[in-house]
Design a protein around this ligand. Structure first.
Ligand SMILES: *Cc1c(COP(=O)(O)O)cnc(C)c1O
Length: 364
């Protein structure tokens, strides 16, 4: 059986008719930027996350970057980030002129290890950016406690975790502010780029509304040197079609994950570990083995697509090679051993069992 790593056409197929309908309405409205679709989506996504404000922006990287800028974090400041994340977490900090300070993850959850944060705090530290990697909420309680103690902002990178919960509360409302991405492959994906900030901070929300729109809240009056980073009406309308189905789709991912967990037990393969306070949304299902490359090749030849998140740790990227980094052995082990198996709401139990069967065959 052939199983793609992720087939976006299949993922969007259940919504296709409604999306085309919504697109037609936006086209006919004659209003394409900062109109009623974006305003309505912002309200709906804020309600979904259980926060007061949602501000649509152009993409997830901008969402994180603009939060930092709005908090006046920049040159001379330091921001704590996970050593193992998608490059955007790091770039959001670097673009402000602040320094990224990588902290290693807990090896079981692959999320920022709260026990390692305090040693990385200096007088210049302004914020900590936990990432809910692979759709698993980071261990926010101890992270927020440390942040309060040291006067730091907590900025969630929630780009992979739309709808995930920690202690029963949705990500996006667990820190001072959160950045989301609606890149097509995310759990809530647009048909192009998109992003949003969620927050309960009224002042931050006001600043972000200006920052994303040339520093302006009244046309042709520019109060701050902002930029152009907006979620457009078409993408907002499409996201409004998909948002009401997000919980059901996340449930389907959860079912797929439990089939994997059962079918892959008792193999020399490290399976994802779910933190006791976390209710993940399985953006990715990531396993670990020192035989990763051989397993990936074996699956490819059997028609099963996989992916690696991520094959080169941020501090090893050419973009960051000019800086000196502390030893980050966990990030380096992860880059060599992680493998993401097919994961999508449309996958059936039979699809998941077929993938698991192949993996069992590899190890037998
Ligand atoms: C996708 C992603 C981003 C960036 O989102 P874009 O919309 O692609 O800019 C940031 N952080 C993480 C962890 C991501 O997975």
């Amino acid at each position: 059986m052939k199983v793609d790593f992720l087939n976006l056409k299949r993922a969007n197929e259940p919504h296709e008719a409604a999306i085309l309908d919504a697109v037609e309405r936006v086209v006919g409205s004659g209003w394409y930027i900062l109109g009623e679709q974006t305003a309505a989506f912002e309200r709906e996504f804020a309600d979904y996350c259980g926060v007061a404000h949602c501000i649509g922006v152009a993409n997830g990287l901008d969402a994180l970057h603009l939060i930092l800028r709005a908090y006046d974090i920049g040159e001379g400041d330091e921001v704590i980030v996970p050593s193992n994340t998608f490059i955007a977490t790091w770039l959001a900090v670097s673009q402000t002129g602040a320094r990224v300070v990588p902290v290693e993850p807990d090896e079981r959850t692959c999320n920022l290890d709260p026990g390692r944060i305090e040693a990385a705090i200096t007088p210049r530290t302004r914020a900590v950016m936990p990432v809910h990697l692979y759709g698993q909420p980071a261990d926010m309680e101890p992270i927020c406690r440390l942040a309060r103690k040291h006067g730091l902002r907590v900025i969630e990178d929630a780009a992979q975790a739309h709808g995930a919960r920690y202690r029963g509360r949705r990500v996006g409302g667990l820190g001072d502010a959160a950045g989301f991405s609606f890149y097509p492959g995310k759990n809530l994906g647009a048909l192009g780029d998109g992003g949003a900030v969620t927050t309960d901070d009224d002042t931050l929300a006001g600043t972000l509304r200006k920052l994303r729109n040339y520093g302006s809240s009244t046309k042709y009056r520019h109060e701050i040197t902002g930029l152009n980073s907006r979620l457009d009406e078409l993408q907002s309308a499409i996201l409004r079609i998909k948002l009401p189905h997000l919980d059901a789709e996340n449930t389907r991912r959860r079912n797929a994950a439990s089939v994997y967990l059962e079918a892959l037990a008792r193999l020399p393969l490290q399976l994802p570990h779910v933190h006791e306070e976390a209710d993940p949304v399985w953006h990715l299902f990531v396993v670990r083995t020192p035989d990763r490359d051989a397993l990936q090749t074996y699956l490819r030849e059997a028609g099963i697509g996989t992916n690696i998140h991520y094959p080169l740790a941020c501090h090893r990227q050419p973009a960051y090679s000019a800086e000196r980094w502390p030893a980050l052995p966990i990030a380096e082990r992860l880059q060599a051993e992680v493998l993401s198996l097919p994961m999508a709401p449309y996958l059936s139990t039979a699809d998941i069992r077929a993938v698991a069967e192949r993996i069992r065959a590899f190890f037998s």
